[in-house]
Design a protein around this ligand. Structure first.
Ligand SMILES: [Zn+2]
Length: 194
């Protein structure tokens, strides 16, 4: 039986803040190495609508699901693996990861919440982002079937974060000017080193 810490895992945007054992941490690092990192140009591009629901798309979705889980994420957009197609995956339930192609936020609550977000493409940084508490998102799954999800709390936050990725919008664009300045201050020296 696995023992769980008293402290619950925290969901930060598309990242789970949790303690990992060394083997799990090694898998996470391998996965992160395959995910585009800021300031990669693909992260700033707008993804194209998906028209063909073929094996190509299904294998992309399968790969993204595996990467997301290995990277300890709860969401991952195609632009983050350098593919400019409008599809993302996210954790719907504890053991269920689903894909949404051509996502559209149909409804969003006026009620919002500000919470710290992390991003698999901007490691080691969290910034406060204001998001709607509840959203209804529609689109298609990887087989072209219509899907509709009514989400709240961290899942609602996650799909808003992922939908942004498909438009080339990042969490640092959505935060306060102060937090943005601070985040860029941390990110800039890293860019010089790469
Ligand atoms: Zn992200």
């Amino acid at each position: 039986m696995e023992e769980r810490d008293e402290q619950e895992d925290h969901f930060e945007g598309e990242v789970i803040d949790e303690e990992l054992d060394p083997e799990r941490d090694a898998r996470r690092r391998l996965a992160l190495a395959q995910i585009r990192q800021y300031p990669d140009a693909a992260l700033r591009m707008e993804a194209r609508q998906i028209e063909e629901f073929d094996d190509d798309l299904r294998s992309l979705v399968e790969r993204m699901k595996l990467l997301m889980v290995d990277a300890a994420g709860i969401g991952l957009a195609a632009t983050q693996v350098g593919v400019l197609r409008r599809v993302f995956v996210f954790q719907l339930e504890e053991d269920e990861v689903v894909a949404v192609a051509n996502p559209r936020i149909l409804e969003r609550s006026d009620e919002t919440d500000v919470a710290d977000e992390g991003c698999l493409s901007i490691q080691g940084i969290t910034v406060p982002v204001e998001r709607s508490l509840e959203v209804t998102i529609v689109g298609q799954d990887e087989n072209g079937n219509d899907v509709r999800y009514e989400l709240e709390d961290y899942a609602a936050r996650c799909v808003q974060h992922e939908a942004d990725h498909l438009d080339g919008v990042l969490m640092i664009d959505r935060t306060t000017p102060e937090a943005r300045r601070e985040a860029l201050g941390i990110l800039r020296p890293r860019i010089v080193l790469t």
